[in-house]
Design a binder for this molecule. Structure first.
Ligand code: IPM
Ligand code: MG
Length: 354
């Protein structure tokens, strides 16, 4: 198993370090895992003048799977868009063709009280958000700034989806729904956007091949509201790139902390990039405060989806539950009565539990 490891910026390196200790433990148990690190984001810019250095892309292409920390930092805010850390992330997604982004929002029973919603609304919550990741307004051309006839500046972006892009993500969504409770909710803004009208048409067409899955459609504003009103009505949510970005952050908070949620992104051949859904949190970087669990759980997803090692994935997830059960909490999920620990101590406990 060849894993390309891209720590990135901010808390990226410290959370990746803990995930690498999990890899070491797996090696100790006999798994043949090779890892190689490379820079991305601001770190890529600092080292090679490019947020996605050619050598990093090459390594990622050659690997079986990619593990990524996080990108971004205030010191890069003034750079032109092409050089900004976020471009490294967007380009690697695009270059590797990672169009299908799985973002599960799962509530650990130990953390139900850390949710910003009442525990009874979120107990046992298990929602899978499937976000399209290589299209939409994130990548649509033309985009930029221009002068209008009256001489003022105007910024513009292009939202678009082709039929084939919608078709392939819809198939992934129905496939996932089939393995879960066979309920799929497609989220769009078809009351306003032409892109969404096509989205709805194509998803409805694909649905004909999956008569065992119940498909519903919801406008994104309503979905945002329903997620905080009654999140358990959802099982699998399918949506485009920008709506998925927003709804997955919202869903993460239902689970108690964005620091708990892993994600996986796949190309057409099931090659995966795994990353926590949170950002680089520069405000807490380097202080042993970050929660490494989302990254460790991303490693579990890698074992499950890329390497087909369901048992190993479960062992990592069980170790996470066990450590939460012991009362260990990083600051983001801390509650009185629990034991507050740092990034490294959380890693120690996971390795011990494993
Ligand atoms: C995410 C992030 C990225 C995105 C940023 C960092 C470019 O918010 O992975 O959700 O918008 O996709
Ligand atoms: Mg986001």
């Amino acid at each position: 198993m060849k894993i390309a490891v891209l720590p990135g910026d901010g808390i990226g390196p410290e959370i990746i370090e803990q995930a690498m200790r999990v890899v070491d433990a797996l090696r100790g148990a006999g798994l043949d895992i090779e890892t190689e690190q490379a820079s991305i984001g601001g770190a890529g810019y600092d080292q090679h003048g490019d947020p996605l250095p050619a050598s990093t892309l090459e390594l990622a292409k050659a690997a079986d799977a990619v593990m990524l920390g996080a990108v971004g930092g205030r010191q890069y805010d003034a750079l032109e868009r092409e050089k900004r850390p976020e471009q490294g992330l967007l380009r690697i997604r695009k270059e590797l063709g990672l169009f299908a982004n799985l973002r599960p929002a799962i509530v650990y029973k130990e953390l139900a009280h850390a949710s910003s919603l009442k525990p009874e609304l979120v107990n046992d919550l298990d929602v899978m958000i499937l976000r399209e990741l290589t299209g939409d307004i994130y990548f649509g051309q033309p985009r930029g700034q221009r002068k209008t006839d009256t001489g003022e500046r105007e910024g513009f972006d292009t939202m678009k989806y082709s039929e084939s892009e919608i078709f392939r993500i819809a198939h992934v969504a129905f496939g996932i729904a089939r393995k879960r409770s066979r309920k799929l909710c497609s989220v769009d803004k078809a009351n306003v956007l032409d892109t969404s009208i096509l989205w709805r048409e194509v998803v409805s067409d694909v649905a004909k091949e999956y008569s065992d899955v119940e498909l519903t459609h919801m406008y994104v504003d309503n979905a945002a509201m329903q997620l905080v009103r009654a999140p358990k009505q959802f099982d699998v949510i399918l949506t485009g790139n920008m709506f998925g970005d927003i709804l997955s952050d919202e869903a993460s908070m239902l689970t108690g902390s964005i620091g708990m949620l892993p994600s996986a992104s796949f190309d057409a051949g099931n090659k995966g990039l795994y990353e926590p859904i949170h950002g680089s949190a520069p405000d807490i970087a380097g202080q042993n405060l970050a929660n490494p669990l989302a990254t460790i759980l991303s490693m579990a997803m890698m074992m499950r989806y890329t390497f087909n090692l369901e048992e190993v994935a479960r062992q990592i997830e069980t170790a996470v539950s066990a450590v939460l059960g012991q009362g260990l909490r990083t600051p983001d999920i801390f509650e009185p009565g629990m034991r507050k620990v740092g990034t490294v101590e959380m890693g120690d406990a996971i390795v011990a539990a494993l």
